[in-house]
Ligand binder design. Structure first.
Ligand SMILES: NC(=O)c1ccc[n+]([C@@H]2O[C@H](COP(=O)([O-])OP(=O)(O)OC[C@H]3O[C@@H](n4cnc5c(N)ncnc54)[C@H](O)[C@@H]3O)[C@@H](O)[C@H]2O)c1
Length: 362
């Protein structure tokens, strides 16, 4: 067994607890230190974990013990933190989206290329048993030739539960940039990259009201579209219909369905690692649940770091995250112009994940 991968976390807000839990479970990854603009948050995050140091942000980004900087700041800070880590010669693993804009994301990937370091990016939920089992089912031809997919995410908005929801309603946020990465990464994992998009979008309210925490009752401005719909035309010709909304009370639509010439799949929530994959073949009376056949079992956020233990582009990697961001920006451009937009970038489908417990060393 080699040395563990040494990592440091910048940004100790709501999502950091999930990373801390995952890393504590992975013997091949060691958390050296955490940092936040608010040192109190960093201290609170590190407190339950023996040996994890609290550093200031600049110290962590240049700490020679740290190989990978995990960037869990808000989207508007993703590029700045990533670029500083890359300048210090570190690999970076970023929460989604890769950056608030495609232009910033491009700067991150170019800097990483020049420095010879790697970029990984959430979501790694697509490496779990849910999406991976669905991918294998499609690759093995259980639905025949894929023709279409639907992807639906509808909620009333995260300000009901998040104590600091401002970032969800400024550029880099909105339902598409916030939740789209889960759905679009899943669609690309199953059906390949996207060539062209058509879109329409709306914005229902100029302000949102925080529903919990010390700022409860405070109104925050909305400067992004809060209901975004569109069609993604995959390079393969498959048509995926996307609905991403912070303007709906409830939905009973499945998160994702994939339809082929001989069968249809219901795919579980791509914001989770697991969940049932349901198959109905032409002529079947009812759907049947497929046995789990691929993906990391019992996985949590941060499992994508495992690929940094070996060479090459991580599965939850910068190239895929850049294509996802490009698809989302193209969709918004299509919505605002009323025209279809060709997506300039593309990416490889990442290699499938064999069924295994990520805590076991290979
Ligand atoms: N909250 C969730 O459920 C959730 C789920 C999945 C992914 N994410 C993603 O995780 C990221 C963080 O979300 P969150 O909900 O934890 O946000 P948050 O606001 O709760 O936490 C972000 C933290 O980053 C710190 N920060 C901001 N700018 C910084 C900078 N320049 N340097 C150092 N620290 C800085 C803030 O002080 C804060 O503690 C976002 O990209 C979000 O999309 C969040």
């Amino acid at each position: 067994m080699g040395q563990p991968l040494t990592v440091g976390i910048v940004g100790c807000g709501a999502i950091s607890a999930q990373y801390l839990t995952t890393i504590a479970r992975l013997p091949q990854v060691r958390l050296v230190a955490v940092a936040d603009l608010d040192p109190e948050r960093a201290r609170a995050a590190a407190e339950p974990y023996e040996g994890v140091e609290v550093l200031d942000v600049a110290e962590l980004l240049t700490d020679p013990r740290i190989q990978v900087v995990i960037n869990l700041t808000v989207p508007a800070a993703h590029a700045e933190i990533a670029l500083r880590a890359i300048a210090a010669g570190k690999d970076v693993y970023c929460e989604k989206p890769l950056a608030a804009t495609g232009e910033d994301a491009k700067r991150v990937l170019e800097a990483a290329g020049q420095a010879g370091v790697r970029v990984g990016c959430a979501p790694d939920t697509v490496l779990g048993t849910g999406i991976q089992t669905a991918r294998v089912a499609i690759d093995e031809g259980l639905i025949g030739r894929p023709v279409a997919a639907t992807a639906t995410m509808m909620t009333p908005g995260h300000e009901r539960w998040h104590p600091n929801p401002d970032f969800y309603y400024v550029p880099g946020g909105g339902p598409l940039l916030d939740m789209g990465p889960y759905y679009i990464s899943s669609l690309i994992t199953m059906l390949g990259p996207v060539a062209t998009v058509i879109g329409a979008a709306s914005r229902t309210r100029a302000k949102r009201t925080i529903g919990s925490g010390p700022r409860q009752g405070e109104a925050i401005p909305v400067t992004v579209d809060t209901h975004v719909t569109g069609v993604l035309v995959h390079e393969s010709g498959v048509l995926s219909t996307l609905v991403m909304s912070f303007d709906a009370v409830a939905t009973r639509a499945p998160n994702i369905e994939v339809h082929g010439e001989r069968g249809s799949l219901v795919v579980p929530d791509p914001n989770r690692f697991d969940g049932p994959v349901l198959l109905t073949r032409l002529g079947d009376q009812a759907a049947r649940e497929l046995p789990v056949s691929a993906g990391y079992a019992e996985a949590g956020r941060g499992v994508g770091l495992i690929d940094f233990l070996s060479e090459g582009e991580p599965r939850a990697g910068g190239a895929m995250a850049f294509h996802v961001l490009d698809v989302m920006e193209s969709l918004l451009a299509a919505a605002h112009s009323g025209r279809s937009v060709d997506v300039e970038s593309t990416c490889e489908r990442p290699a499938a994940v064999a069924f295994r417990d990520p805590a076991t060393r290979e």
